[in-house]
Ligand binder design. Structure first.
Ligand SMILES: Cc1ncc(C[n+]2csc(CCOP(=O)(O)OP(=O)(O)O)c2C)c(N)n1
Ligand code: SF4
Ligand SMILES: [Mg+2]
Length: 399
């Protein structure tokens, strides 16, 4: 995950079994696979446990005030339309205090990707009821059970005008990655809800077990239904959870609508940030091609077969040692044979010197040296052979 997450900030603050970690992992994977230039990606979070995501990603990011992630992200996008802007926040932040911003960004088809961690509770502040807490569920503020009717987020965002809407649980890591990858490639308002366990507050207070119990529960209770009518995606307490990609449609984004209106007023001379529409379109096309090339490279790397030859992995030093051991395994006499061939070429004086030096050392070592240097004389060979056969054994050398 290095290059995507700030590993120097680990360990993170999330509780064991909390779903946020898996979601961040899936997000990191999606970014890596998408081919998006990390320098052109911005992550914005509000306040809450999920809001901490902005602090862990290795991109430009903003940890903004409670409920204000979407307006801040909108500002970033309008200031520099070349950026890909992702909002990663909790359902309390996005649909409670920030609910107004959510529906208006969806209505405008603002070019944003909103990843909403829905754990049915205000995790960071102690487990209060939120706009998605299922009816009858217990929260710190509804100790006798929630008597309100919750939002179904896909239905809310669909009604408001969102153009890409999907829902998964934190157990569906691969689907989450695919959805985020898809959203990163498209224009307009994308909303991805991820139902996730808040083990410490929601699960414990409702006696639903731990994180693993909830993953099992998700496995049993989820119904995959791509293209489902969002009116049928409500979640009852411990009831079925409809998951899938519900909406994927095209309509002009906010910036495209602004362009269209301004061209009508100003004519073809209209410029945004000093660039005409054809200039911006050409730049966008070139960037798209760069993204496609990077994505193809990442996918090709993923499909590359792993290096299987063990020998290729052996570090040079180890390989050398192995060769040496092989040489030593044979007796010194045997090893001396190739040396014999070169013996005649070496002057007698050198031979005497070498013989004295090598005789002091252990025979196996000497044998290795002899082969490597190919410089032993007949005398050396004889001396080495004598010593090697007489004393040191292979066993001793292995020690
Ligand atoms: C203006 C304001 N009101 C209230 C708070 C307190 N507060 C901080 S986080 C939070 C709830 C966050 O819940 P959610 O967005 O669901 O995130 P989670 O912790 O569940 O991931 C609240 C109410 C605040 N920080 N600022
Ligand atoms: S309090 Fe809940 S949401 Fe927050 S980190 Fe812990 S389990 Fe996750
Ligand atoms: Mg929450």
């Amino acid at each position: 995950m290095s290059g995507v997450l700030r590993m120097d900030r680990m360990p993170h603050i999330w509780c064991p079994g909390c779903g946020i970690g898996s979601e961040v992992n899936a997000f990191a994977e999606a970014v890596k696979r998408s081919g998006i230039d990390p320098k052109k990606l911005v992550v914005v979070s509000g306040i809450g446990c999920t809001g901490r995501v902005a602090g862990y990603v290795d991109f430009d990011s903003i940890h903004t005030t409670h409920g204000r992630a979407i307006p801040v992200a909108t500002g970033v996008k309008l200031a520099n339309p070349e950026l890909t802007v992702v909002v990663f926040s909790g359902e309390g932040d996005l649909t409670g205090i920030g609910g107004n911003h959510l529906i208006h960004a969806a209505r405008r088809n603002m070019d944003l990707i909103v990843i909403c961690n829905n754990n049915f509770t205000y995790g960071m502040t102690g487990g209060q009821v939120t706009p998605t807490t299922p009816n009858s569920a217990i929260a710190s503020t509804t100790p006798y059970g929630n008597y309100e009717y919750p939002f179904s987020l896909p239905f809310l965002v669909d009604a408001a005008g969102g153009t890409y809407i999907a829902r998964w649980t934190s157990m569906h890591a691969r689907n989450v990655t695919q959805s985020i990858e898809e959203a990163l490639q498209r224009k307009g308002f994308s909303f991805i809800e991820i139902v996730s366990p808040c083990t410490t507050l929601y699960l414990r207070r409702n006696r639903l077990g731990d994180g693993v119990d909830m993953l099992q529960d998700y496995q049993e209770k989820t119904i995959l239904k791509h293209g489902a009518d969002t009116r049928e995606t409500a979640i009852d307490f411990q009831g079925k959870i409809v998951i899938g990609k519900f909406v994927d449609k095209q309509k002009p984004t906010y910036l495209e609508a602004v362009d269209k209106c301004c061209v009508k007023l100003v004519g073809d001379d209209y410029q945004l940030y000093g660039k005409t529409i054809p200039e911006r379109e050409a730049e966008a096309k070139a960037e798209k091609e760069r993204i496609a090339a990077r994505r193809a490279a990442v996918l090709a790397e993923e499909n590359k077969p792993a290096v299987t030859k063990v020998s290729a992995k052996i570090p040079v030093k180890t390989a050398a040692k192995k060769v040496a051991a092989k040489v030593v395994k044979k007796t010194a006499v045997k090893e001396a044979t190739p040396a014999k061939k070169t013996a005649a070429k070496v002057p007698a004086k050198t031979a005497k010197k070498a013989a004295t030096a090598t005789a002091k050392k252990a025979a196996p070592k000497m044998a290795v040296k002899a082969v490597a240097k190919k410089a032993a004389t007949k005398t050396v060979v004889k001396a080495a052979a004598k010593k090697a056969t007489a004393k040191p054994s292979v066993k001793k050398t292995r020690k």
